[in-house]
Design a protein around this ligand. Structure first.
Ligand code: PMP
Ligand code: GLN
Length: 382
C-alpha cells in the first residue's frame, strides 16, 4: 500500500461487522437498516431489470432520475437545478464525495471538515493529494456544536473547499442555523466552495427541519450538494447517489467520476426516480419510526448505565461508557461482541484529535424493534 493510503487499510465498519459475525452479535455498528424500502420501488427495480435496463446508463445518469433529483430539491427547499447540467448521478454518495474532492482539490490544497468526520472523507482527500484540516464539534449540553473559533482559523489561502456533513454522522447532530450561517459567511469571505453531505436530510427528529447550506444567501452558486437513496429509501446496497450545484462545479466532479466508475446502478436509477416521485410519504413514516427507535435504544443505553447524547437525526446515537468505568471506546468496541454479543463503533476512529472522543461509542438504531430489544437485554449484562 502506498504511504498516503497506509493509514486507511481497513474500515472500522468492515472490522466491527466481521467481529459481529464471528460472535453472532447484534450488529449496531455499521449503519444500515434491516428492512427494505418501499415495495413499489423494489417492484420498479425488478421491472427495470426485466425490461432490459441492463446496459451502461448515460454517464451523467438516466434523464428521469436527474429530473426527479432536481424536482425533489425544488419541492423541498426551493432550490432550482437544471437536470441536464447541474445534476450528476453517482455510485452512492461515496462516489459523489470522491468526485467532488478529486475534481476540486489541487495537490497540497486544504480540505476543511467537521470532526469527527465520516471515514471516506479523510481517505479521499489523501487520494487526491490534499491536506485535511479538521474543525471539532464540542459538547453543548447533551448535544454538540461547531467550534466557531476553530472554523474561522481553519480557512487559509490554501483552502480548496469545506466539506459539511449535516445531519451529522456519527453524532446525530443537526448543525445550528447560526453555525451554517457562519460557514456561509467564511466561504463568501474567502471565496471557498462548500461540499455538503446531506445523506440524512430526511431522517431528522422531534419536528426539527434540515436546512441545506445551498439555501443560504450567496451559497447556491458555490455549493455542491450531495445526497443518496441509501438512507432515504433503505437501499444501501443499490449505491445510487447524486450531487447538484452550479454547472462548472458539477463538471469538475464529473471529470473525476467518469474515470472512477464511468457509470453504475443502471436498473436501480429508474427505481429511485420512482421513489423520489411517489414515495416521500413512505420516507416521512420511516423518519417517524426511526425517531421511536432512537428513543428505544437511547433508553436502553441509559438503563445499562451509559451517559447518552442527544441524537437529533440520522441512524446513530452516541453513548458515554465512563459511568461504567470504561474510558477507551476502541478497546471496549473490540471486546463488546465477544463479551455480550453486541457490536458498536468507537467514535475516536473518526477523529484526528482523539482525546475528546476517546471514550465515546456510536450505536446504530436503524434496526427492527425486536433487534433493538435483544440488544437492550444484552447491554444489561455489562
Ligand atoms: N456520507 C455519510 C455521512 C454516510 O453516513 C454515508 C453512509 N451512508 C455515506 C456518505 C455514503 O453513502 P452511500 O452509501 O450512498 O455511498
Ligand atoms: N454509513 C454507514 C455508517 O456510518 C456505513 C458505511 C460503510 O459501511 N462504509 O455506518
Amino acid at each position: 500500500t502506498v504511504s498516503r493510503l497506509r493509514p486507511f487499510t481497513a474500515t472500522i465498519f468492515a472490522e466491527m461487522s466481521a467481529l459481529a459475525v464471528t460472535h453472532d452479535a447484534v450488529n449496531l455498528g455499521q449503519g444500515f437498516p434491516d428492512t427494505d424500502g418501499p415495495a413499489s420501488m423494489l417492484a420498479a427495480a425488478c421491472a427495470a431489470i426485466n425490461g432490459g435496463a441492463n446496459q451502461y446508463p448515460p454517464g451523467i445518469g438516466v434523464p428521469r432520475l436527474r429530473r426527479a433529483v432536481a424536482e425533489h430539491q425544488r419541492a423541498h427547499y426551493g432550490l432550482h437545478y437544471d437536470p441536464d447540467t447541474e445534476v450528476l448521478i453517482t455510485v452512492g454518495a461515496t462516489e459523489a464525495i470522491a468526485g467532488a474532492i478529486v475534481g476540486l482539490t489541487e495537490p497540497g490544497a486544504e480540505v476543511i471538515m467537521v470532526e469527527p468526520y465520516y471515514d471516506s472523507y479523510a481517505a479521499t482527500v489523501a487520494m487526491a493529494g490534499g491536506v485535511r484540516r479538521t474543525v471539532p464539534l464540542r459538547p453543548d449540553g447533551d448535544g454538540f456544536r461547531l467550534d466557531r473559533d476553530a472554523l474561522a482559523a481553519a480557512f487559509t489561502p490554501r483552502t480548496a473547499l469545506v466539506l459539511v456533513n449535516s445531519p451529522h454522522n456519527p453524532t446525530g447532530t443537526v448543525l445550528h442555523d447560526d453555525d451554517l450561517a457562519e460557514i456561509a459567511r467564511l466561504c463568501l469571505e474567502h471565496d471557498v466552495v462548500a461540499v455538503t453531505d446531506e445523506v440524512y436530510e430526511h431522517l431528522v427528529f422531534d419536528g426539527r427541519t434540515h436546512t441545506p447550506l445551498a439555501t443560504l444567501p450567496g451559497m447556491r452558486e458555490r455549493t455542491l450538494r450531495i445526497s443518496s437513496a441509501a438512507k432515504t429509501f433503505n437501499c444501501t446496497g443499490w449505491k445510487v447517489g447524486w450531487l447538484s450545484g452550479p454547472a462548472e462545479l458539477v463538471a469538475a466532479a464529473r471529470a473525476a467520476k467518469q474515470f472512477m466508475t464511468y457509470v453504475g446502478s443502471g436498473p436501480f436509477q429508474p427505481a429511485v426516480a420512482h421513489a423520489l416521485e411517489s414515495e416521500m410519504d413512505w420516507v416521512a413514516g420511516s423518519a417517524q419510526s426511526l425517531q421511536a427507535k432512537r428513543n428505544l435504544l437511547s433508553a436502553a443505553l441509559s438503563d445499562a448505565g451509559f451517559g447518552v447524547h442527544r441524537s437529533e437525526a440520522t441512524y446513530f446515537v452516541c453513548a458515554d461508557p465512563r459511568p461504567l468505568g470504561i474510558t477507551d471506546g476502541e478497546t471496549f468496541c473490540r471486546s463488546l461482541p465477544e463479551r455480550i454479543g453486541v457490536a458498536a463503533v468507537p467514535v475516536s476512529v473518526f477523529a484526528d484529535d482523539k482525546e475528546p472522543w476517546r471514550h465515546m461509542v456510536r450505536f446504530a438504531f436503524s434496526k427492527r424493534d425486536e433487534v433493538i430489544a435483544e440488544a437492550a437485554q444484552r447491554l444489561r449484562r455489562l
